[in-house]
Design a protein around this ligand. Structure first.
Ligand SMILES: *Cc1c(COP(=O)(O)O)cnc(C)c1O
Length: 450
């Protein structure tokens, strides 16, 4: 018998000597020898088999000075995996839709839609993306601090108080207010640098931007400033992913008119861009000089219409290991509210993932987990940090029985054999979009890149 709890690696703040002697005292009570010194000084011997995840009976030599080296997956049995080859594949597939001269911007806002902005940016740039776009100044600064040198566009006008960061980190803002443009130009001039910007044009979404028929007026207002440099002009579509095309076409027409007016007034619009993921695949006419690839960079179809058009691979999968199992007698309930009642002959398994990890509570009793290539029904309310699923233990026909054990790996999102659970299905069930679900899974779980 091993008195140390499996996986136990000591308490923070407990002196190593003290702890070891307490452990040795317990061993002596059971007539065992004191723990041997670690074979490799400072090494850990894990309390589970790394391949199967099964707990293994073992002595636990450890070095109290290296407790922080215990890998994240040995600290917590729920995690997200990001397949960077899928990111590269999605960039390459999207490139096939573009003219050779058309630039591709990887939209990595919101920590790359929950996939990790630094890693995704590196993968996307390595696979043929030309530029990066984010939503906020801190997001852009994070990429610069990670050593990325590609042009970074902020897709909205940041607060004027952030201008020194734009100049200091070489981050390009979106602008639509003359006052901001002038403040930005003057700050750049003081430091003897240029102030490049992209002008946002409101063609109908009514979120940000200069109205399409006021663009020339805006340029006349700011063009006196010598440091300001119009590097690009863009718009954003409200309905590129909708089945109907009329509203989209009206926006595209307004944008084309605005660009023509800019040129007619003698201004160079620079890089003209408008297409998000849906528009990239559905509307080649609006690619112009650059496209902005967001949701499909991560392998999601923006709408059903693109399914037959492009081969995309989801990069994100969500994993957990079983932390507890039990047979629940017929008619006993499971989880808050006891809404699920056991039909008998079921093993209820617990995994340490809940709505605080992005597994939305609205999916309770309405999603499947995958174990050994087979589907199992999530049952009972999803809790903040844990949830349960049901394994039917009856054997019938030739079906092999699965008898899950603590430590077995469960797939929450992803595919295994022919079984697949997707973020698309979750979004559909929740009346949401994939963006929101993917970002949710970034909340607390460790991300592993494969
Ligand atoms: C988020 C965003 C994108 C990317 O959109 P997807 O639909 O995810 O491809 C492109 N442009 C702007 C302005 C955005 O805000």
């Amino acid at each position: 018998m091993n008195d140390l709890p499996n996986g136990f690696t000591g308490f923070a703040g407990v002196d190593r000597e003290q702890f070891e002697s307490a452990a040795d005292a317990i061993r002596r009570q059971h007539g065992e020898e004191p723990a041997p010194e670690p074979a490799v000084p400072g090494s850990f011997q894990y309390a589970r088999d790394l391949d199967s995840g099964r707990r293994v009976e073992t002595e636990l030599p450890f070095d109290m000075n290296r407790i922080d080296d215990i890998p994240p997956l040995d600290q917590r049995w729920a995690w997200v995996e990001i397949d960077l080859s899928a990111i590269r594949h999605n960039v390459a597939e999207t490139r096939k839709f573009l003219q050779p001269r058309c630039r591709l911007t990887a939209v990595v806002k919101a920590d790359a839609y929950g996939h990790g902005a630094v890693e995704v940016s590196k993968a996307a740039l390595g696979a043929g993306a030309d530029r990066l776009a984010v939503a906020t100044v801190p997001e852009a600064v994070e990429l610069r601090k990670a050593g990325l040198t590609a042009p970074i566009l902020i897709l909205a006008q940041p607060p004027a108080t952030s201008i020194p960061l734009l100049l200091g980190y070489n981050i390009t803002p979106t602008i639509y207010e003359p006052d901001f443009a002038v403040a930005y130009g003057e700050a750049a001039d003081l430091h003897g640098v240029k102030a490049p910007y992209h002008l946002a044009v409101n063609t109908g979404m009514n979120r940000i931007g200069v109205r399409f028929d006021h663009v020339v007026e805006f340029l006349h207002q700011v063009s006196f400033h010598r440091a300001l440099e119009l590097e690009g002009v863009f718009t954003h579509y409200a309905t590129a992913d909708c089945p109907e095309t009329l509203d989209f076409n009206i926006q595209a027409r307004h944008f084309a008119d605005a660009i023509a007016a800019v040129r007619a007034a003698g201004f160079d619009p620079g890089i003209v861009h408008s297409a998000n993921s849906a528009a990239i695949y559905r509307y080649p006419d609006v690619h112009f000089d650059m496209v902005r690839l967001g949701i499909s960079l991560y392998g999601f179809h923006p709408c059903p219409e693109t399914r037959g058009m492009v081969d995309l691979r989801p990069a994100m999968s969500v994993h957990a290991r079983i932390t507890d199992t039990r047979f629940v007698p017929m008619s006993e309930g499971v989880s808050y509210g006891l809404h699920y009642r056991s039909p008998g002959s079921v093993k209820i398994c617990t995994v340490p993932i809940g709505y605080a990890d992005g597994l939305r509570r609205g999916l309770s009793s309405n999603t499947d987990f995958i174990l050994g290539g087979r589907y199992f029904r999530q049952v009972g309310n999803i809790c903040m940090d844990q949830c349960m699923f049901e394994v039917d233990m009856r054997s019938y026909g030739t079906r092999d029985r699965i008898d899950p054990q603590v430590g077995d790996e469960v797939l929450i999102v992803g595919s295994q054999g022919i079984a697949e659970v997707t973020i698309d299905e979750m979004a559909e069930k929740l009346g949401s979009i994939q963006h929101e679900i993917a970002i949710g899974f970034a909340q607390r779980m460790e991300r592993i890149y494969t």
